[in-house]
Design a protein around this ligand. Structure first.
Ligand SMILES: Cc1cc2nc3c(=O)[nH]c(=O)nc-3n(C[C@H](O)[C@H](O)[C@H](O)COP(=O)(O)OP(=O)(O)OC[C@H]3O[C@@H](n4cnc5c(N)ncnc54)[C@H](O)[C@@H]3O)c2cc1C
Length: 405
């Protein structure tokens, strides 16, 4: 029979959240297993900056997320490769005259955030994982089963026949978390009725380091700035549309799709010159009722998934990681097991309210901008103008979205 490997903590999923947690816990006397079902992509990252070189999945990282990645020692290699700081954000309503502009000068910061390709963030974190002697990276192998062995230990079985026993099992295995299902965590979820189309585009005019977002009645469209090179300008698009429109939009040939996109963004950054393949994701909101059980914790998308309209998903996830790591390390310093329920409940208490607040706000925005009735349109346009004219209110909104409050 194969040996059962013993660890303090097993993290399932080496996406941004799982890899960040492993790095945050490393070097403090804990033994950590990081389990990932997909083979790691070890090919060199593209050195060019042409349309096809960008990862279609990007994240708008808040200053708080950047500071956390800095603390983990992963930020410098992101900067050394590539990222795009954005200084300005323009948000406007397709149905009226309401718009609102945010600028980093309003919060006295050099930028509002950074757009970084997901694979670049993961690569930077995995470089730290590979250099750490207390993290065993098990990949490519999927978790097959997990169950409580006794009051203080969890047992995990892997698809390759391997087995592990740990004090704490952390589910960082994403929105469709197997751990969440296998450990019978209850979650509240509903369909947003939206799909998101993701692609990279080349545009004629400079994006001016601005994140652009237009609220259409069919769903929000975001253009996020990517690094420019040799006078060529690129953006990542996240176009959320109502379910009944997705097939027609995806079926459009490239040229009509570019034209539809140009019209949806009102030509604000000129002609859409070129576009990559488009990917579509169904959007669901999910929130686990509890994030923890004795010996088990859910983090990031395994605990909550949110509409991408404000680009908050992984930012909330990284805040979960920072808090969970802080509680585990504080407990470890006092000789408390990382799987102790009381310790894990402190993590849940510190994160659930924040996550719920952001999820509720995004859901309300989505519903508000779907309304076509004249009074609601008038109110939301007036609302945007009023917020734009009251600097303290605007600053508070901005600081909250940037994770500064
Ligand atoms: C269209 C779109 C745009 C977005 N834009 C933004 C944005 O601008 N800013 C932002 O903050 N967020 C954004 N998000 C959200 C963000 O992408 C997610 O919050 C983030 O990727 C979640 O990271 P994670 O590590 O929790 O999960 P994932 O990235 O899903 O990683 C989970 C990992 O677990 C592994 N895994 C799964 N099952 C198993 C198993 N059984 N055994 C072993 N391994 C397993 C998977 O292979 C994967 O590597 C966006 C989301 C979408 C859909």
């Amino acid at each position: 029979m194969a040996e059962v490997r013993q660890f303090d903590i097993a993290i399932v999923g080496a996406g941004i959240a799982g890899a960040a947690l492993a790095v945050a816990l490393s070097g403090k006397g804990l033994s950590i297993a990081l389990i990932e079902s997909q083979p790691l992509n070890t090919a060199a990252l593209p050195t060019g900056c042409s349309l096809q070189d960008f990862d279609p999945r990007v994240s708008a990282l808040t200053p708080r997320s950047r500071a956390f990645l800095q603390q983990l020692g992963a930020w410098q290699s992101i900067v050394d490769y590539r990222h795009c700081a954005y200084h300005h954000m323009t948000v406007w309503d397709a149905e009226g005259t309401g718009d609102i502009e945010f600028d980093c000068a309003e919060v006295k910061l050099p930028e509002l955030g950074h757009i970084v390709e997901n694979r670049v963030i993961i690569r930077a974190l995995l470089a730290k994982v590979e250099a750490a002697s207390d993290i065993s990276l098990l990949q490519p192998v999927a978790l097959r089963t997990c169950a409580r062995l006794n009051a203080s230990r969890m047992r995990l079985e892997l698809e390759d026949g391997g087995a592990l026993e740990v004090d704490l099992l952390v589910a960082a295995d994403g929105a469709l978390s197997r751990v969440r299902t296998m450990m019978a965590f209850e979650s509240r979820e509903w369909n947003y009725g939206h799909h998101a189309i993701v692609a990279t585009v080349e545009v004629a005019r400079s994006h001016e380091n601005t994140a652009w977002q237009r609220f259409l009645p069919t769903g929000p469209l975001a253009l996020l700035p990517l690094p420019s090179e040799d006078g060529r300008h690129y953006c990542s698009i996240v176009w959320s549309v109502q379910e009944h429109l997705i097939d027609d939009l995806l079926a459009l040939e490239e040229q009509p799709f570019r034209a539809a996109l140009e019209s949806a963004i009102e030509g604000r950054i000129g002609t859409v010159i070129d576009i990559t393949d488009r990917f579509a994701f169904p959007l669901r909101q999910r929130h686990a009722v509890d994030y923890v059980q004795p010996g088990v914790a859910l983090v990031a998308d395994a605990a909550h998934t949110i509409h991408p309209l404000a680009g908050q998903g992984i930012n909330l996830g990284l805040q979960d990681i920072a808090v969970l790591a802080e509680e585990i390390l504080a407990g470890h310093a006092r000789g408390v097991s990382p799987g102790q329920l009381q310790l894990l409940r402190r993590y849940q208490r510190r994160r659930k309210g924040d996550n719920l607040l952001m999820m509720t706000a995004m859901d309300s925005f989505k519903r508000l901008f779907e309304q076509q009735s004249l009074p609601v349109r008038w109110l939301r346009n007036a609302g945007m103008r009023i917020v734009g004219q009251i600097p303290p209110l605007k600053q508070q909104l901005l600081r909250h979205a940037m994770g500064l409050e």
